[in-house]
Design a protein around this ligand. Structure first.
Ligand code: ATP
Ligand code: MG
Length: 223
């Protein structure tokens, strides 16, 4: 395989993906664009993965870092959850396509024994623990509910159980994690799915390479 050409030549396309659900569910879309990874990120320690196409490589980053790599042009495009994009703000990113993968919901959840509706009605000040501070701030501000936000990086379900918070804002799919921890979802904030994000300069400079991939992804998206 020839060495990767410098990004500035407009030849190599770098795609940022996170391991796990997003990588797995993006594979069929990549295949539709004729791109097959040369290695499995779950078993490989490499962070730059070659593909069957000399002009396309994948980089493996934290889910929440995908918008940053694309924003600065270190990746030409990437796949990021709407949850992550809402927190990031989407500055400098072209978002041409909802890939309709990694679907779940952003929810407010509380302990089974906590009367959320009544707390809101009484104008109580709520302590809310979440990884999604911007999303939570916007949601409660729009409802006129006063909140103290507590930033966490994971295991949000624990916070109400040990008295760190009254509520959490987190992603829910089946609801089984909430159930296992005696929590109940009380409010939906947003429907979440993953989106294709493209660096705006890349799209202009590498349109001949990028546009066919966008078209192939769009055709392969399942509604
Ligand atoms: P990080 O390690 O960067 O904190 P993470 O551990 O939240 O990220 P994942 O749990 O793999 O990463 O989630 C990656 C993306 O997948 C999320 O941003 C979200 O869009 C989506 N996602 C998360 N949880 C679910 C779920 N239960 N069902 C469907 N999609 C989900
Ligand atoms: Mg996770």
């Amino acid at each position: 395989m020839p060495p990767f050409k410098n990004n500035q030549t407009g030849m190599t396309i770098t795609i940022a993906l996170s391991k796990g659900r997003i990588f797995d569910e993006t594979l069929p879309l990549l295949a539709a664009a004729g791109v097959v990874p040369g290695e499995d990120p779950e078993s490989s320690r490499k962070l730059i993965l070659p593909t069957n196409r000399a002009d396309v490589r994948l980089i493996i980053v934290r889910a929440s870092d995908v918008p940053t790599y694309v924003q600065y042009g270190a990746a030409d495009m990437g796949v990021a959850g709407k949850d992550v994009l809402d927190e990031h703000g989407g500055v400098g990113l072209y978002q041409p396509l909802d890939l309709n993968i990694a679907r779940c919901r952003m929810m407010v959840a509380v302990r089974n024994d906590f009367d959320y509706a009544s707390a809101v009605r009484q104008g109580a000040r709520l302590r809310v623990a979440t990884k999604y501070v911007q999303t939570a701030r916007q949601h409660f501000a729009a409802k006129g509910v006063h909140v103290d936000l507590i930033k966490l990086y994971g295991s949000m379900e624990l916070a109400p159980l040990v008295g760190l918070s009254d509520a959490i804002v987190d992603l829910v799919s089946s609801g089984s994690t909430l159930k296992a921890n005696h929590l109940t979802a009380v409010e939906e904030i947003a429907q979440i799915s993953s989106r294709l994000v493209v660096n705006q300069a890349s799209l202009k400079l590498k349109r001949n390479e990028i546009q066919p991939m966008l078209d192939a992804f769009a055709k392969a998206v399942t509604k």
